[in-house]
Design a protein around this ligand. Sequence first.
Ligand code: SAH
Length: 275
Amino acid sequence: MGGITGSVLETVLGALPAMRPGEVWLAGAGPGDPALLTLQALAGLRQAELVVHDALIDPRILALASGALVPAGKRGGQPAAHQGDINDELIRLARTGARVLRLKGGDPFVFGRGMDEVAALAAAGIAFRIVPGVTAGLAGLTAALIPATARGVNRALLLATGHGADGAADALDWAAVARLGQPVVLYMGLARIGAIADALVAGGMPATTPAAAIASATLPAQRVLVSTLGALAAEIAASELAAPVIVVIGEIVRLRAELLALMPAITAELAWQPG
Ligand code: SAH
């Protein structure tokens, strides 16, 4: 391991807070690559007797757990987890006195229902700690060689969910987003990218705006599809891109080609090397 010695790493890990019995750590596991796990999440994986994890957590990350793995909310053979079940399960497990790591993808507070779980734990009188994670919407862009911000290109970046029905009370005003003229990152945007792109174009965002879909960001299966706002939905449909996918719309997408042009072929090929 080249530059970082085991003892330095152990010192950093040793200085992290200890997980107490009956305590729940709500931690983000990052976008996928185990190398993007935080040391604090690693400390949680090492200390927890129970690791309650989302379905999408990479098996190489779960393999770092010392304790037992508990897939979240999968009681009764249900295909999808219900949030209420997960909250109840966390409370039940913490009350056994176990040290519990609740491991979620990315950052627990970015489209991760982290607030719901923390509120349920607090209401039940259970001690918890929140461990930040590397969110897919930012790390995914960087891994795809798309800078989230660049001087002279953008002054803001909107992280949005593509989930939810049109006409819902809390639906985003896509015309307002279009008027902002700043790039948009869509989580969970795969299913509704056509409708969202149409709404952005109707709101005045040029159909020629560069756009990209990044699948399995930071993982060996990472794929990047570069297109335009007007063509992205059709190109995704014609491709074999599969979830999880981050969609990014805006002039920053152009910088990927610039970056690739700056890099010798061999470096570009190795630019993202999942660990
Ligand atoms: N809390 C997570 C997001 C949960 S919502 C975070 O901070 O990253 C789930 C969505 O995240 C997926 O629909 C997808 O849009 C995105 N996502 C998560 N991991 C991803 C990955 N490795 N590659 C691309 N998208 C990913």
